[in-house]
Write a protein that binds this ligand. Structure first.
Ligand code: PEP
Ligand code: MN
Length: 341
């Protein structure tokens, strides 16, 4: 349920509603939209009569939310969320490109890839220092040394850093280096981790679990939002289906569907979505045409020797060729000139 206050509502009116909600054992979430205060009520709302709140001073409207994800829903907030990261905005008119290797391997590799993707128009460098791997014997990342390399790339190129955090214990360490925390597909329902990044005051890129529904993705986003962290970027990265010729099936439907259901920005990962470098350009173009706010693409200077996910990593040259095509599609959709950054 959302309580919408009138423009003249006082602090006292709002406190009154919050106290009333607390007496009913409901959680409250206060926000502003279009100059008005709104209080979201969360908890056991079954049988709650809206008239408990509708007659209170300052209350203009009481709306019932139909979706189980409240704060993430368009019903709660219909303006698109702009996630500000440094000088960048995810969820605005500009298509945001996040690119880099699957894993941080060496300083030289990261500097090379960083300058390639920066030159081509990316504003974020991606790369995992903590890698969730199906086998414990696979390369699992350089840990803090990898984070230090990412920070050096940021220093040298101005690129923002998006990198994975895998456990609540790692949040403090990763926060020392990352501009955006990545929550990987395998951890989308790690609720302790969602709670921890919800409290960490830093934007979060939340990847859809490989067997998760869109509703489950939004409920996971709700965990982060419910701690007062509004900066959640959703990422469609493909789901498991019966198809075996590709690594995952990129659910292109989810892009416009998420835009209908939520105000949060949507980024697409065509690399994990396909598992094949040859498919990445076409699926990237499709994602932009479907309305993605950004792309997360694995780029490596030497994919055949990558320490992880080489098969789905495109070269710097392929990325440079792709970017103008993506910008052209974005321009056709929005009618605006791409920012030359
Ligand atoms: C990654 O981005 O390299 C990664 C491990 O992705 P996902 O969590 O989507 O599998
Ligand atoms: Mn990867």
């Amino acid at each position: 349920m959302i309580i919408v206050f009138d423009l003249q509502a006082s602090r006292r009116d709002i406190d009154h509603v919050v106290r009333r909600a607390a007496s009913l054992r409901l959680k409250t979430h206060v926000s502003q939209q279009g100059g008005r205060t709104r209080v979201g009520l969360h908890g056991d709302l079954d049988g709650l009569d809206p008239s408990v709140f509708s007659g209170l001073p300052g209350v203009q409207d009481v709306r019932t939310l139909t979706r189980p994800f409240h704060l993430a829903s368009r019903e709660f907030k219909d303006e698109a969320t702009h996630v500000h990261v440094g000088d960048e905005i995810v969820g605005g008119d500009r298509l945001v490109l996040m690119a880099g290797p699957c894993s941080v391997e060496t300083r030289d590799q990261m500097m090379r890839v960083g300058s390639m993707v920066r030159e081509a128009g990316a504003t974020f460098i991606r790369g995992g220092a903590f890698k969730p791997r199906s086998s414990p014997y696979s390369f699992r990342g350089l840990a803090e040394e990898g984070l230090e390399i990412l920070a050096e790339v940021r220093e040298a190129t101005g690129l923002l850093v998006v990198t994975e955090v895998m456990s609540p214990e790692q949040v403090g360490l990763v926060a020392g280096y990352a501009d955006v925390f990545q929550i990987g597909a395998r951890n989308m329902q790690n609720y302790a981790l969602l709670d921890a990044v919800g409290k960490a005051g830093r934007p979060v890129l939340l990847k859809r679990g490989m067997s998760s529904t869109v509703e489950e993705l939004l409920l996971s986003a709700e965990y982060i939002l419910s701690h007062g962290n509004p900066d959640v970027i959703l990422c469609e990265r493909g789901i498991r289906t019966f198809e075996t010729m590709t690594r995952n099936t990129l659910d292109i439907n989810s892009v416009p569907l998420l835009h209908e259901l939520t105000h949060l920005p949507v980024v697409v990962d065509p690399s994990h979505g396909t598992g094949k470098a040859s498919l990445v350009p076409a699926v990237s173009r499709a994602a932009v045409a479907a309305g993605a706010d950004g792309l997360l693409i694995e780029v490596h200077h030497d994919p055949s020797n990558a320490w992880s996910d080489g098969d789905q990593s495109i070269t710097g040259e392929a990325f440079s060729k792709l970017v103008p095509q993506l910008m052209g599609i974005q321009r056709a959709l929005t009618g605006t000139e791409p920012d030359p950054r």
